[in-house]
Ligand binder design. Structure first.
Ligand SMILES: NC(=O)c1ccc[n+]([C@@H]2O[C@H](COP(=O)([O-])OP(=O)(O)OC[C@H]3O[C@@H](n4cnc5c(N)ncnc54)[C@H](O)[C@@H]3O)[C@@H](O)[C@H]2O)c1
Length: 263
C-alpha cells in the first residue's frame, strides 16, 4: 500500500500509476478533486486499485483526517511518496518578503514534515517501510532563479538523509529524487517549444526532455525491495544536468563547450 501526495497529475500521477501497475494499492492525496478522480479512473482502467483523498497537505487537520482514513483502512503503511512542491511564484530574492518565504516553506518543506510524521509511526508499528521524497535538482545545485525555493528543496534532501540515519534500525528506508527538465502541468516545456527540439542536445546530456515516467521508475526502485540496502540517498533524475553542470553540447562545434554562443 502506497500513499502518494500530489498524485493527480505530473510526476506524482506517474508514480501512482506505475506503483499500481506493480500491484500496490495506491492512496492518492490530491488537493484538486478533478485531478484526484481522473487519476483513480486511469489506474482502474489499467486494472489497478486506487482511492482518492481530496486533501491539502498544508493543513494539519486535513492530514490528520487522512492518517485516520488510511491507517483505519489498511492498519499499516508500506510506502510514502512526498511529492507536492512548486517553484512558483518566482520571486527575486531582493524583492522577497516574510510572506513569500513562508509560502515557499509551506509548499515545499513543511508538509513533508507533517505527512511523514503522520505515517512514520504506522510504518514503524507495521515493521518497516520506504519513504521517497521528491525534491529537485535545484536543491542539489545553486538555483539563481529562486534561492528560497532551492533552500527548501535542499532541506528536503537533508531531511531525507537525516531521517534515514535515525530510523534505519526500525526498518524504515528514506531516499529522495531530484527531478529536472520533466514535462508536467507545472513545468510545461512543450508549450512554446516548437522548433526547439534540436536544442535538447545542448540542454541535457541525455539529449532529450524528461517525462514523469522517468521519475516514476526511480521512485519505484527506491520504494521497492529492489533497493533494500539503499537508504539516505538523493538521486538526481535530471538527464545528466547536474553531472554535466556548466557544459553544453554544441552541434556547431561538435563538442562540449562551457561558453555556448549559438543561443
Ligand atoms: N517537473 C519538473 O521538471 C520538476 C523539476 C524539479 C522538481 N520538481 C518537483 O517534483 C514534484 C512534482 O512536480 P510536478 O512538476 O509533477 O508538479 P505538478 O504541479 O504538475 O503536479 C503536482 C500535483 O500536486 C497537487 N498539489 C499541489 N499542491 C497540493 C497540496 N497542497 N496538497 C495536495 N496536492 C497538491 C497538484 O494539484 C498536482 O496534481 C514537485 O515537488 C516539484 O517541485 C519537478
Amino acid at each position: 500500500m502506497a500513499v502518494v501526495t500530489g498524485g493527480g497529475v505530473g510526476i506524482g500521477g506517474a508514480i501512482a500509476r506505475l506503483f499500481a501497475e506493480h500491484g500496490a494499492i495506491v492512496e492518492i492525496v490530491e488537493v484538486d478533486p478533478d485531478r484526484a478522480a481522473a487519476a483513480v479512473e486511469a489506474i482502474e482502467a489499467i486494472g489497478g486499485t486506487a482511492r482518492a483523498h481530496v486533501v491539502d497537505v498544508t493543513s494539519d487537520a486535513e492530514v490528520e483526517d487522512l492518517r485516520v482514513a488510511v491507517v483505519g483502512e489498511h492498519g499499516r503503511v508500506d510506502v510514502l511518496v512526498n511529492n507536492v512542491g512548486d517553484y512558483r511564484p518566482l520571486v527575486r530574492f531582493h524583492e522577497s518578503t516574510s510572506e513569500s518565504w513562508q509560502a515557499m516553506y509551506s509548499t515545499n518543506l513543511e508538509h513533508v514534515f507533517r505527512v511523514t510524521r503522520a505515517f512514520l509511526g504506522p510504518m514503524v508499528d507495521g515493521g518497516g517501510g520506504s519513504i521517497v521524497n521528491v525534491h529537485s535538482v535545484e536543491g542539489m545545485r545553486g538555483f539563481p532563479g529562486e534561492p528560497v525555493y532551492a533552500a527548501m528543496k535542499a532541506a528536503v534532501a537533508h531531511f531525507t538523509t537525516s531521517l534515514a540515519a535515525g530510523y534505519g534500525r526500525k526498518g524504515i528506508r528514506v531516499n529522495g529524487i531530484g527531478p529536472d527538465l520533466t514535462q508536467t502541468p507545472q513545468v510545461d516545456y512543450l508549450s512554446g517549444g516548437a522548433g526547439h527540439d534540436h536544442l535538447w542536445e545542448a540542454w541535457a546530456p541525455v539529449g532529450r526532455l524528461g517525462w514523469p515516467e522517468d521519475q516514476a521508475r526511480v521512485a519505484l526502485f527506491l520504494a521497492s525491495d529492489m533497493s533494500s540496502f539503499v537508504t539516505g540517498h538523493n538521486v538526481p533524475v535530471d538527464g545528466g544536468t547536474l553531472a554535466g553542470g556548466g557544459w553544453f553540447f554544441s552541434p556547431e562545434a561538435g563538442r562540449f563547450v562551457n561558453r555556448p554562443t549559438g543561443l
